[in-house]
Ligand binder design. Structure first.
Ligand code: GDP
Length: 195
């Protein structure tokens, strides 16, 4: 059963004037390029290929909006880690980022981190920039043996401290999928997470 059966691509935003109406609630999904963000979104929403629908090569600065249900949105932010985008992160993502940050509906951040890299400086900058409640998916957890994955989780929890919660996640193996869905729903405040 899909978490949001009526999920649909809403629009790509390339300029501050193009954002959807600022009502309801939205969760932004961010991460370094190649962290596993698209795979995570597709797994969370149980819609293969959804996060790639709007991907236009060379137009990586688009903010891609999905409507999860009426009044509930997910916005897929450009992956960072390339020199150009790094500068943009340091400059608080420029006018587009600033416009997002000022939205009342921007409720929380879902951050995707490659478990083998761990939570890095840019990830922490992203969390600071957003200034919203956050949940971190330590993605591609299947790439590490269990003991190493658990160590990575402990390290991430220590680094994140008050920044937010985190968990092991694998889009390929389904590890942590239900926890991640619960966290997403919690971030959207649709329901209160069980924890
Ligand atoms: P994005 O750039 O952050 O959107 O990352 P993608 O979702 O496109 O994934 C980047 C690469 O990591 C691709 O080759 C994926 O197949 C791989 N990948 C993503 N999630 C997983 C996972 O859970 N396990 C493994 N082993 N590989 C993954």
């Amino acid at each position: 059963m899909s978490l949001f059966p009526a999920v649909e691509f809403l629009k790509s935003v390339a300029a501050p004037g193009q954002f959807p109406q600022d009502d309801g609630r939205e969760v932004a999904v961010a991460g370094r390029s190649n962290a596993g963000k698209s795979s995570a979104i597709n797994a969370l929403l149980a819609r293969k290929g959804l996060a790639r629908i709007s991907r236009t090569p060379g137009r990586t600065q688009l903010y891609n909006y999905f409507q999860l249900a009426p009044g509930l949105r997910l916005v897929d932010l450009p992956g960072y880690g390339h020199a150009k985008v790094n500068a943009a992160v340091r400059e608080s993502w420029g006018p587009l980022g600033e416009a997002l940050r000022q939205r009342d509906s921007f409720a929380a951040l879902l951050l995707v981190v490659d478990i083998r890299r761990g939570v890095g400086e840019l990830d922490l900058a992203m969390l600071d920039w957003a200034g919203r409640p956050a949940h971190v998916l330590l993605a591609k957890a299947d790439k590490l043996p269990q003991a190493q994955a658990m160590r990575a989780l402990k390290e991430a929890q220590a680094v994140l401290a008050a920044h937010g919660s985190c968990q092991l996640f694998s889009a390929h193996k389904g590890t942590g999928l239900e926890d991640a869905r619960r966290a997403l729903r919690g971030l959207l405040k649709e329901i209160t997470p069980a924890e």
